[in-house]
Design a protein around this ligand. Structure first.
Ligand SMILES: C[S@@+](CC[C@H](N)C(=O)[O-])C[C@H]1O[C@@H](n2cnc3c(N)ncnc32)[C@H](O)[C@@H]1O
Length: 211
């Protein structure tokens, strides 16, 4: 079944507004702050045109990146962006499939992407990320989370210049608190919401080091 984001129309519509998402740069700065000092391999889930991975590689020029997405349009944009960059592999991957094939990562990052899958799969993805992280590795997710009340959701939409009709119907947003409790339950440590503006949040946890 083709999902909305796999259409060129949807992917291009997102890229057109991507730069104007309020406070986005603040969230991205916090993502970079939370990464380990030294990164050899980093995975970006739902990379879109590769924006977040580009920032990670600017901060960690010796890292190797895997950029994944399931939208042909996004994959093409990411391939163009990383065309001359031998550090990056751009791969087609649907979140509904296991990510265990990419083991031994120092960091897994994602921005505004995992909220497109159903909650039971979100939980499984967080478990799989835990398995593929090296001890001491971190998962940092700049994510669209659910508001605690309908009014706050309407306020968020209004701040974004959207309405209930125009908001992304493929969103499956979940509260930050539920996602943080899942990360702790799975075994991540130092779990917290490190930044939040309305429905945009940075959720992160680390895989404990072996002592
Ligand atoms: C809102 S865009 C964010 C893109 C990019 N991470 C950014 O921050 O600009 C959501 C991304 O998630 C991808 N996506 C949505 N559902 C997906 C799925 N089931 N598997 C893989 N990627 C998915 C979309 O193709 C799109 O690139």
């Amino acid at each position: 079944m083709i999902s909305e984001y796999q259409t060129a129309e949807k992917a291009l519509a997102y890229l057109e507004i991507a730069d104007s998402i309020p406070c986005r740069a603040q969230g991205e700065r916090v993502v970079l702050e939370l990464l380990p000092k030294s990164i050899n391999r980093v995975l970006d889930l739902g990379t879109g045109d590769g924006r977040l991975l580009t920032l990670v590689l600017l901060a960690h020029p010796n890292a190797h990146g895997i950029a994944t997405d399931f939208s042909p349009t996004m994959l093409e944009k990411a391939r163009v962006r990383f065309d001359q960059d031998a550090r990056v592999e751009v791969l087609s991957h649907d979140f509904r499939d296991s990510i265990l094939k990419w083991g031994e990562l120092d960091a897994v990052v994602s921005s505004f992407a995992i909220h497109h899958v159903e909650d039971d799969r979100k939980f499984e993805i967080y478990q799989e990320i835990f398995q593929i992280l090296k001890p001491g590795g971190v998962f940092v997710n700049l994510e669209h989370v659910a508001s605690p009340t309908e009014k706050l959701h309407d306020d968020f939409l209004s701040a974004m210049g959207m309405t209930r009709e125009s908001e992304d119907q493929s969103n499956r947003c979940l509260s930050a608190s539920t996602q943080l409790s899942w990360l702790s339950q799975i075994g991540y440590e130092n779990v917290d919401c490190f930044w939040k503006w309305r429905e945009l949040a940075v959720l992160s946890g680390a895989k404990p080091n072996i002592s």
